[in-house]
Design a binder for this molecule. Structure first.
Ligand code: SER
Length: 318
């Protein structure tokens, strides 16, 4: 029987991943933890505990006490925020990972998922159809920490046998919990503002294409990777995961199909430079071949669902 620990369960990914895992493994076997309050859904459906991943002893104690066999560590300071507090962000992102790697090794927890990101690539990486193996010279604190993290994950796998698994998430788009401080956040904010105000001021230029993915696809593939036969995994760093590539102008045009009066204006800030250093599109053929990565949301379908769900949320809260 698997007992699963989700670290960072109150965040954008965690709040949805916990619910998906509870459906598969049973509510009482999925332990949600964070230093922030959980969503109502997470709190009501199963165990939630305050746990600071930076506190190694507490983390190790938790793993042993609840006989944890799988860990998902989603705690991170995202790209935009990390640029404002470089040393702290490095410290938090790396310590959170190193603590879980060490705790997984010491406690014998069987599997560890930790997300990497498209931020591992940099301005010298080929921008289109970026391959799995290529030039990697990230120039953001977040990107440097993710690249270092991938290397450490692979190291713990090869050296100590920790079953480390990871993907390079593209920008993730969801309506339940908003992200905070990321460069791809515009693609979430735009939907909320389209419904609330009918307009959006974008912090990236109109033609800045980035790879993105609807949360349902991200969650389904994350769980698929964790359930994959270890013999099929040719990589123990992090797999490229492409999703759909579009720029703010294309997304605005798609929203206008539903809200014809929607307007967008552009006021690029420091995140423009970050976005320009990341790929516009990604080659994820190795993940498709190794463990069956597949997606089912294109730009059209994702836009329709985002607008419908945010409208429903808005009408419930009024
Ligand atoms: N979505 C993240 C960010 O923008 C990238 O992984 O920081």
């Amino acid at each position: 029987m698997d007992n699963i620990l989700v670290i960072g369960s109150s965040g954008q990914i965690g709040s949805e991943l916990v619910m998906a895992l509870r459906k598969i493994y049973g509510n009482e076997h999925v332990f949600a933890t964070d230093i922030k309050q959980p969503t109502k859904e997470v709190r009501k459906s199963g165990p939630f505990q305050n746990l600071d991943v930076l506190d190694f002893n507490n983390l190790l104690h938790f793993l042993v006490r609840f006989n944890i066999t799988q860990i998902y560590n989603l705690a991170a300071v995202l790209s935009g925020n990390a640029e404002k507090i470089p040393l702290q962000a490095w410290d938090i992102n790396m310590k959170a990972l190193m603590n879980t790697l060490e705790a997984a090794r010491e406690s014998g927890a069987k599997k560890l998922f930790w997300p990497s990101s498209i931020a591992v690539f940099g301005p010298t990486t080929p921008r289109h159809d970026t391959p799995q193996l290529t030039v990697m010279e990230p120039n953001t604190v977040y990107g440097i920490s993710k690249l270092a993290g991938e290397r450490w994950g692979e190291y713990y796998n090869k050296r100590y046998g920790v079953d480390f698994r990871s993907v390079r998430y593209p920008g993730l788009i969801s309506y339940k919990t908003e992200p905070g401080g990321g460069t791809t956040d515009y693609a979430v904010e735009i939907f909320f503002d389209a419904i609330k105000k009918g307009s959006y001021q974008c912090f990236l230029k109109e033609d800045t294409a980035l790879p993105m993915m609807f949360m349902d696809d991200a969650i389904a593939n994350t769980i698929k990777l964790m359930q994959a036969d270890p013999k099929k995994l040719s990589l123990r760093s992090a797999y490229n995961m492409a999703g759909i590539s579009f720029d703010p102008k294309q997304l605005a045009a798609e929203i206008r199909k539903h809200i014809p009066e929607f307007t967008i204006s552009y006021k690029p800030d420091f995140r423009q430079t970050i976005a320009e250093s990341w790929p516009a599109s990604i080659d994820d053929s190795i993940a498709r071949k190794d463990w069956g990565l597949s997606t089912s949301f294109n730009l059209e379908k994702m836009t329709t669902i985002m607008l419908r769900k945010i409208r429903e949320k808005a009408s419930k809260s009024t």
